[in-house]
Design a protein around this ligand. Sequence first.
Ligand SMILES: Nc1ncnc2c1ncn2[C@@H]1O[C@H](COP(=O)(O)OP(=O)(O)OP(=O)(O)O)[C@@H](O)[C@H]1O
Ligand SMILES: [Mg+2]
Length: 274
Amino acid sequence: MRTIAFLNQKGGCGKSSSCFHLSGAFAQNGWRVLLVDADPQGSLSQGFLGSELVENLPSTATVAAAFEGDELLVASESLVRPTSFSNISIIPANYTLAQFNQPSPERLGLQQFALSSLLDGIQGFDVVLVDCPPNLYLCSWAALLAAEFVVIPVPPEDFGTQGLRVVHEAIGHARLMNPSLNVLGHLVTRSDSRLLVHQVYEQTLRQLFGNTVFETVIPEAVAFKVALACRQPVGYYTTRSSAARLTLQLSREMQHRMDAFTGEAGRVTYGHRA
Ligand SMILES: Nc1ncnc2c1ncn2[C@@H]1O[C@H](COP(=O)(O)OP(=O)(O)OP(=O)(O)O)[C@@H](O)[C@H]1O
Ligand SMILES: [Mg+2]
């Protein structure tokens, strides 16, 4: 089971959208996908389950249950919900998670391991995608301690690298406690290749971070928004769109990178589980 956290403190950069649409690409390739919504906004959960259902969930039926008390009071697997897509399940979140995300001295203990403990109790998935909130508070920190990989979605407009520096610092700190954490890649999202400013930013990012930047670039495309509004990962909504094709290509690039980190022993081939 490979766990990937999608992290950037910049809001609206495509963290939830990447988790949502990539889950479809991984599932279509035969992987069993678990989504963990670690964001009190609950966007990813609403994408799959609808806002009314998600808003009305008690905290005990959400990821917040992992942060309550020093030990998990419910079985991890009882929090896993199926979606309408085979091979895609989700542990949802809603506003009840917000109280645990705020920095507070009494929450610096075991709660940082809430997501690690939660995932320790879960089996039967090939990949876990964790959607982080747009800040580096407790939920993101707990995600970094639970993950093996981090993907940093970056829209090509944020010219100060200040924000990314802080993200990398957080990852560096998390690695002190979770040495198996690796940056899987920077993902250029919401890109409009017609805009010179986006082209220049992408070049700058590639100069700064070299081949950690994924070759696949996710464009700004209406198909992503429409598919989300229809509660379908883009590859289910429209198989032939370039949005679907690029999402599939990205999922394969991610798989190859994970294979390279993990080696043959940890390899999980699409459609053929090792
Ligand atoms: N590639 C894309 N093309 C078009 N729209 C996109 C794309 N990626 C994201 N969006 C849209 O932009 C908005 C913000 O995206 P998303 O929710 O994924 O960002 P986020 O980083 O998760 O935001 P937050 O930081 O608030 O959690 C959403 O309405 C989403 O549908
Ligand atoms: Mg989000």
